[in-house]
Design a protein around this ligand. Structure first.
Ligand SMILES: Nc1nc2c(ncn2[C@@H]2O[C@H](COP(=O)(O)OP(=O)(O)OP(=O)(O)O)[C@@H](O)[C@H]2O)c(=O)[nH]1
Ligand SMILES: [Mg+2]
Length: 248
């Protein structure tokens, strides 16, 4: 059933209050769940949901076409990146297409639930600050992953001379103005780090809140799909710290 808030989102010609970007890379099976899970949490917020097809090679395009033709998903649209050149590029493409005053992004694997984006948005609104970024901090992860994350944050903090923590945790919510600082942002996984570092340098307040981090709903991790790939990915992550510092 389509509620009043959802109907309002569908019909409204006003700019959305909040744009939520979900970069999708071969996430065909997760897309129907993303839409279904976002729908009931729209509540009274005027939202647009942008599902970025980030150069997927699976059925993502067909699934998006089918699902987005459904009337109840009028709050969502898609943006296509024809050829995949990285996670960061997908997010930036979605952010640049967004019309909201406040921008957010989260992952397509639903490891952090849609409700968290709204929780973060309300925290953002409550503090009524123009320079404010709200982000998740993952709980309940495997010890080895938590140790990796801690080391990544510690090295990034030393390199950037600023306390950076749970860098890749989602969701992230921030004002549109921050996008202007991302013109030269990296196109790979270091976008999360670059965004945080830029926000800190511009004296943004950072609010962190704990998020449950469950298992991916469908499919495999897009970077750590085998032990060898995970090792390579970890090396890329650490190398990305120095590249991001150079670009910042
Ligand atoms: N690796 C990768 N992911 C992308 C890209 N574009 C969008 N994504 C999305 O970004 C998210 C990355 O999530 P995962 O691959 O699960 O990685 P993660 O959540 O950081 O880490 P684990 O799930 O803990 O392995 C997924 O929702 C992907 O669909 C891309 O170009 N590369
Ligand atoms: Mg994941």
């Amino acid at each position: 059933m389509v509620t009043r808030a959802q109907e309002m989102n569908r019909k409204s010609s006003l700019a959305p209050e909040l744009s939520i970007i979900v970069p999708c890379y071969n996430e065909a099976k997760n897309i129907p769940h993303i839409l279904r899970r976002f729908m009931p949490v729209l509540k009274s917020v005027r939202v647009e949901l942008i599902l970025v097809n980030n150069g997927s090679a699976d059925d993502t395009a067909a699934v998006l076409k089918r699902e987005l033709s459904k009337r109840q998903y009028g709050f969502a649209r898609t943006v296509l990146v024809p050829v995949n050149i990285g996670y960061g590029h997908g997010i930036l493409t979605g952010l640049r297409a967004a019309k909201g005053k406040v921008l957010a992004y989260t992952h397509a694997d639903l490891q952090t639930p849609p409700e968290d984006v709204f929780k973060a948005y309300h925290m953002y609104q409550d503090r009524q600050m123009t320079k404010h970024l709200v982000k998740g901090a993952r709980k309940g992860r495997k010890p080895i992953d938590a140790v990796f994350t801690w080391c990544y944050g510690a090295l990034a903090s030393v390199v950037f001379l600023s306390w950076l923590h749970e860098i890749n945790a989602q969701p992230k919510v921030f004002p549109r103005e921050l996008l202007a600082l991302l013109d030269d942002a990296p196109k790979d996984f270091s976008l999360d780090l670059y965004l945080l570092a830029k926000a800190k340098r511009a004296h943004y307040a950072i609010t962190e809140f704990p998020v449950d981090f469950g298992a991916r709903l469908h499919g495999a991790s897009k970077w750590a799909f085998s032990p060898k790939a995970k090792l390579k990915g970890v090396a890329r992550f650490f190398g990305g710290i120095f590249r991001a510092r150079w670009m910042c």
